[in-house]
Ligand binder design. Structure first.
Ligand SMILES: C[S@@+](CC[C@H](N)C(=O)[O-])C[C@H]1O[C@@H](n2cnc3c(N)ncnc32)[C@H](O)[C@@H]1O
Length: 470
């Protein structure tokens, strides 16, 4: 930085660097990263809203999306590199500069954007908000970052592969170590598969659509959207890369929705289970925001059944109401552990509140926000909800317990613990319920439970167990 720059800076941003003159894609990415840092915003909810409000479309929107989600997903890795380059811990760096440094470092290490553009656009943003001195700091740090590529930084900063394979892989694929450990355990201790799981989790997933049964077929939806029919769920369509579901009439009019294929399979498995004489009383005990309730509601309509959808949060219950409009579904704002509903349900879904470690691909910053300390409270709630479902189901009826998490404490251990406490319940083999006659159930592991994985099935890591009351 030249002395002249020093003198003219710090008082107020120069006209040349006013924010309105800066790249809108990078500014919106910076704003989302700031909201994530300052007020725990969800990047995948905030970014689409800001893109709409600021009328950012096309290539700018694609760049903003890549930079925002990519940076949010790799925060821990970026911060380790920034701290090394700055020679101080990131919590000693001003938050507004840290957002810009994260954005710049992401571009340098994980995109093909040239280093000059990555550094100069970051410096311009810092200068417009913070003035010359701080922008000089951003310049110095990013220049240091740019002296190595991602692999060289990993070689320098990651725990060694010899001493700590899980730590090394977690760092390399931008996951907190404790999540690497959880995945390793859930994968039966295979480090090779852990690498594949973490790598798949570090990619941006394509959008999955659900064609609501009775309203549109997957074949029709694939035709309209230009997508491909799903491999596993008869209702799934894979939207082509870059496709915007909000632009599809079928989605706007409610014939179709956005839903990961793994989530669809959970609802489908419940509807496929043999419950003897189906009296048509179906229950979704943790229904908000209503993705599975909408699919179950459509399936209930097709088979002349009715779905009760229970949700503890009034706001999330409103979201269910919006997606089950005109379906045979009644929404109840209640605690699923004491809903007051009459027992005797034929089919019950317990899609339990969980850590969400199975959908980290779709929630970019979530892996850095979750803490292992969150688990015990969730596990207690999961056990109580499952026990209540087993009370509410009729003899011969089926409960499907699912989580969007592969964490053994939330999956196998919850089911196994509850079954030591509740007598007269059998485990069903969930694999044929998930596979139907669409694909080979053997591809779903050894049973009786099903654990889906992004690296194996290209779905979120949904777990499900199917239980029948004797
Ligand atoms: C994993 S989400 C369910 C997702 C939903 N099945 C879907 O597909 O859209 C769990 C839901 O359970 C709700 N919940 C948490 N505690 C609950 C309780 N005690 N009773 C009922 N719902 C609860 C949460 O508010 C959240 O909306």
């Amino acid at each position: 930085m030249s002395p002249a720059e020093h003198r003219s800076g710090d008082r107020r941003p120069e006209r040349k660097y006013r924010e309105k003159d800066l790249d809108p894609a990078r500014i919106v990415a910076r704003d989302v990263l700031r909201a994530v840092r300052e007020r725990d915003a969800y990047a995948n909810l905030l970014l689409p809203r800001l893109l709409r409000e600021r009328r950012i479309t096309g290539r700018d929107a694609a760049l903003a999306t890549e930079l925002t989600y990519g940076s949010a997903r790799s925060l821990g890795l970026l911060d380790a590199v920034i701290a090394a380059a700055a020679g101080r811990p990131v919590d000693e760096i001003d938050g507004s500069l840290l957002d810009v440094l994260r954005l710049g470092t992401y571009q340098l290490l994980r995109t093909r954007i040239g280093s000059h553009a990555a550094v100069s656009t970051s410096v311009d943003i810092a200068r417009s908000e913070n003035g010359m001195g701080p922008s000089g700091f951003v310049n110095a740090v990013l220049r240091k970052v740019s002296q190595r590529d991602e692999q060289l930084w990993i070689d320098e900063l990651a725990p060694s592969m010899m001493d700590d394979r899980i730590g090394n892989l977690s760092f390399t694929y931008a996951h907190p170590r404790w999540i690497g450990e959880v995945f390793h355990r859930a994968l039966g201790g295979s480090t090779g598969e852990l690498q594949a799981a973490l790598a798949a989790d570090d990619e941006r997933p394509i959008v999955h659509l659900v064609a609501r049964p009775g309203q549109i077929t997957a074949e029709e939806l694939a035709l309209i959207s230009g997508g491909d029919e799903g491999r596993y769920s008869p209702y799934c369509v894979y939207l082509p890369e870059g496709g915007d579901p909000g632009e599809l009439d079928a989605v706007r009019e409610g014939f179709a929705g956005v839903q990961d294929e793994g989530s669809q399979l959970v609802a489908v498995a419940l509807a496929r289970a043999d419950v003897g004489d189906d009296g048509g009383r179906w229950l979704d005990l943790c229904a908000g925001p209503g993705g599975k309730a909408a699919l179950l509601g459509s399936l209930a309509e097709v088979s002349g059944a009715h779905l009760d959808a229970v949700e503890i949060s009034a706001h999330r219950a409103e979201l269910i109401e919006k997606v089950v409009d005109s379906l045979p579904v009644t929404v109840h704002v209640a605690d699923g552990r004491s809903s007051g509903l009459e027992p005797g349900f034929d089919r019950i879904l317990v899609d339990a509140p969980c850590s969400g470690l199975g959908s980290l691909r779709r929630r970019p910053e979530a892996r850095w926000r979750r803490r292992p300390e969150d688990l015990p409270e969730l596990v207690t709630l999961q056990r109580e909800l499952l026990a209540e479902a087993l009370h509410l189901v009729k003899p011969g009826g089926v409960v499907v317990y699912s989580t969007c998490s592969p964490h053994p404490a939330e999956t196998v251990e919850v089911v196994d613990t509850v079954l030591t406490e509740v007598a007269g319940v059998s485990r069903l083999d969930a694999r044929p319920l998930v596979a139907g006659d669409v694909f080979d159930p053997e591809s779903l592991g050894d049973g009786p439970y099903v654990q889906l994985w992004p690296h194996r099935h290209d779905t979120d890591a949904m777990f499900l167990a199917a239980l029948r009351k004797d």
